[in-house]
Design a protein. Structure first.
Lengths: 210, 374
């Protein structure tokens, strides 16, 4: 899969900090976009966001924590590195609980900053890969016929063809045919792979009474 | 006739002897003409002791309070008026007692001076309470000042952090460029120019701080009120930004001056503005603003009003809010306004608070206008 160059989005109301941080990240070889407020970032046309966010905590109007919550609600996949004027433990704890990858304090040292950004970009790649897999699995599931879908829910519950045939009131041969099509359409060769793929797509196995 | 005299004597004797406070009449030469038996309760000595030893009274006054006592005694001798003083004595068993002493000079029909008639009340308990309250109050005032300093330190740290972040990031970016030999561009030039302006910004923060707490400014000087307001707003600027508060100033055109200590006057302003900030915070007000308004009354008084659009003053504490340890804040010490009042009153000013009819609170304090001729 071809990926665009990642961007570090820097959101900080202070011009000195914003300018310095963006220069450092840019000189380190990464693309940078800067914003003077949470609102300016939210007003940006969404496009294909890819990279991570470097976010100041204390800002007038909407602060960093509020923006984080809003982004989490909106399913924005960009990892967030907080960068705060002072190390406030409760605030840091809150930010990390909401999924921030790091919480740095100003003034921040280059290595610490670039490490946190590297880590976030790796997480972003991972997120993206999982997202792509999820999308693919959903797409594959959507190609199944209702019957094939039903057979799949039995297969991933660990039932044998004979049991499935009995449960669905069809012949074992018909089950075999459906099963073959499921494996093909889901692009898997083994049952464990099918289980993983179905799980990724959010398909639940049939509940089997013991 | 004789019977009548002894009846009268009995009556006066009874009236005099059955007093709770210690009463005496002392002749100009220091002799005790009368001393009520209640002196024993207070001093441990009997009334006969005072009558037999005229010097006893002066002797039991503590050495530290001798000056007060002597000055008082001299004054009574030459005036025709009631006189009052407080001093400590060492009673017979060695304990120290506080005495509240009121006396009148005695004259006969012909106007001859017949000595002093005095009432002494023991006020040791009252004095001790007063001292305890004062000590407690001093301790709390210190605590509050430390808390205020803590808040200020936080705000200064925030103000310094920004330019420091700029300087460090720029310098490290420059290092990276240099180590790569990437020196051909204008980037390095820009880096240096940014470092210089961030450095100046940091120096400015420190300069403002120095202006506020430098030791040479503990003295009393003639101060322009509007300058004090400007400085305080500069100091509180980052807090205002963080709390999303708009501020406005409406200063009198005649630039009134007052005599005072810069740190104390700024402390009053800081306390009042912080209170306004915190009340709006806790009141959940979205559109927050604080106005500082200066007016002059009769050319003699400067009125400084701090107005907010917060939830206003809780009527329950409106009466007592300037008393120490009264607060509406969950974590407040209740010292801020009390300190304000102490400072303002020390300048012969007044301070009060009221709710604004359209909402919000207003605290007003006055300071006497300084005039060269006054």
């Amino acid at each position: 899969m071809k990926e665009a160059q990642p961007t570090v989005f820097i959101i900080d109301d202070d011009p000195s900090a914003r300018k310095g941080l963006s220069r450092l990240v840019r000189v380190a070889g990464l693309a940078v976009e800067t914003f003077a407020s949470a609102k300016a970032f939210l007003d940006r046309p969404p496009g294909d966001c890819h990279g991570c966010i470097l976010l100041d905590v204390k800002m007038p109007e909407k602060d960093g924590l509020e923006l984080q919550e809003e982004l989490v609600r909106a399913d924005c996949p960009l990892p967030i590195v907080f960068i705060s004027g002072h190390a406030d433990v409760p605030i840091a704890a809150r930010a990390m609980k909401k999924g921030a990858t790091d919480f740095l304090t100003k003034p921040v040292d280059r290595d610490e900053l670039l490490d946190a950004i590297d880590h976030s970009l790796a997480k972003d790649r991972e997120n993206r890969k999982n997202l792509a897999l999820w999308k693919e699995a959903r797409r594959q599931v959507a190609t199944l016929s209702p019957r094939e879908y039903e057979v799949m829910t039995f297969v991933i519950a660990g039932l044998l063809n004979k049991q499935i045939a009995c449960a669905m009131g069809i012949t074992e041969d018909t089950v075999k045919i459906h099963r073959g099509r499921v494996m093909k359409k889901m692009n898997v060769v083994s049952v464990p792979d099918l289980v993983r793929c179905a799980d990724l797509a959010g398909v639940a196995p049939v509940k089997v009474d013991e | 006739m004789e019977q009548k005299l002894s009846d009268a004597e009995l009556m006066y004797r009874t009236v005099a002897d059955f007093t709770y406070d210690w009463e005496y009449w002392r002749a100009p030469d220091g002799h005790m003409l009368y001393c009520s038996p209640s002196c024993e309760r207070i001093t441990g000595y009997r009334s006969s002791d005072f009558r037999d030893r005229p010097e006893l009274l002066d002797a039991i006054v503590l050495p530290e309070d001798q000056t007060v006592w002597e000055q008082h005694s001299r004054k009574v001798g030459i005036s025709f008026e009631r006189a009052h003083c407080q001093f400590r004595i060492r009673e017979k068993a060695g304990h120290i007692r506080w005495i509240d002493h009121v006396c009148l000079p005695v004259y006969d029909d012909k106007g001859s001076y017949l000595g002093v008639r005095a009432s002494n009340r023991e006020i040791t308990k009252y004095k001790e309470t007063e001292r305890e309250v004062r000590e407690y109050r001093d301790a709390l005032a210190l605590l509050d000042r430390t808390a205020t300093m803590g808040q200020l330190a936080g705000s200064i740290a925030h103000e310094l952090n920004q330019p420091l972040t700029g300087i460090l990031s720029n310098a490290q970016a420059g290092e990276m460029l240099l180590s790569r030999g990437d020196t051909g561009t204008d980037e390095l030039k820009e880096i240096f120019s940014d470092i210089v302006s961030d450095g100046k910004r940091a120096a400015n923060v420190l300069q403002n701080l120095r202006n506020l707490y430098s030791s040479r400014k503990t003295e009393f000087r003639v101060l322009k009120v509007h300058r004090q307001v400007e400085q305080v707003l500069r100091i509180l600027n980052s807090e205002m930004v963080i709390h999303n508060i708009r501020t406005s100033r409406h200063m009198s055109g005649s630039r009134p001056r007052v005599m005072g200590n810069e740190v104390q006057i700024q402390q009053v302003l800081i306390n009042l503005i912080r209170n306004a900030m915190q009340s709006m915070e806790s009141g959940g007000i979205v559109d927050r603003s604080i106005a500082i308004i200066e007016t002059i009354r009769d050319g003699r008084e400067v009125l400084i009003r701090v107005e907010d659009n917060g939830p206003g003053i809780d009527p329950e504490i409106a009466e007592s809010m300037f008393e120490p340890m009264v607060t509406s804040k969950p974590k407040g010490l209740g010292m801020g306004l009390s300190i304000c009042r102490t400072i303002v009153q020390a300048y012969d000013g007044r301070i009060w608070a009221e709710n604004i009819s359209d909402g919000g609170a207003r605290v007003v304090f006055t300071l006497p206008v300084y005039r060269e001729d006054a």
